[in-house]
Design a protein around this ligand. Sequence first.
Ligand SMILES: CC(C)(COP(=O)(O)OP(=O)(O)OC[C@H]1O[C@@H](n2cnc3c(N)ncnc32)[C@H](O)[C@@H]1OP(=O)(O)O)[C@@H](O)C(=O)NCCC(=O)NCCS
Length: 168
Amino acid sequence: MWEPNPAKGSEGAAVRIRPFDYVTDTGALLSFMPELYETNFPGFVVDVEFMARRRSQLRAAVRDPSQKVLVAEDSLGVCGFIWLVMEQEFSRRRRGEVSAIYVHPRARGRGVGRQLMEAGEEHLRSCGCQSVMLMVTATNQAALSLYRSLGYETTRYQMEKPLPRKSR
Ligand SMILES: CC(C)(COP(=O)(O)OP(=O)(O)OC[C@H]1O[C@@H](n2cnc3c(N)ncnc32)[C@H](O)[C@@H]1OP(=O)(O)O)[C@@H](O)C(=O)NCCC(=O)NCCS
């Protein structure tokens, strides 16, 4: 059963959220990608091309006003991030998306994920977004608990089935 991280509980205040800096933070964020993608998408393998694509997407995100990346930093360095994307809905309502969120295992269970989500929502609100959406793997209990505790509700299901090759 999940419990807050007692060894780190008193350090919560030492975590600060700030904008992503491409020069100083890219290495840390790329090092988080394998766990983020390989645990949420079973069978997915993070390879060199994927990392190179992610690197250039991070570079582009810094210059794109419809995106924002925030990082969480503790005494050991960057310990998490949130990647936000804004879109215009059909109804012309502006909606934000949490495209990715990650907290390093050393910092989990002490409120860093919540801090990142709250800072992200604040940024989206300040940009005129009226709502925020995200997608989450159905088995990711930690992420589901975090989102539900912040008021997120299921509005759509994504359904999938494997299509095995037919033998001739
Ligand atoms: C999901 C994740 C971001 C949570 O970050 P975190 O800093 O550990 O979360 P917090 O400490 O802020 O916890 C926030 C809430 O989520 C819940 N929670 C966190 N981890 C949990 C776990 N392992 N099991 C159940 N609930 C959990 C807590 O109940 C907490 O609510 P509370 O503060 O009211 O008790 C982190 O586990 C992570 O980075 N996982 C790997 C990457 C990932 O899967 N990202 C999501 C992709 S959709």
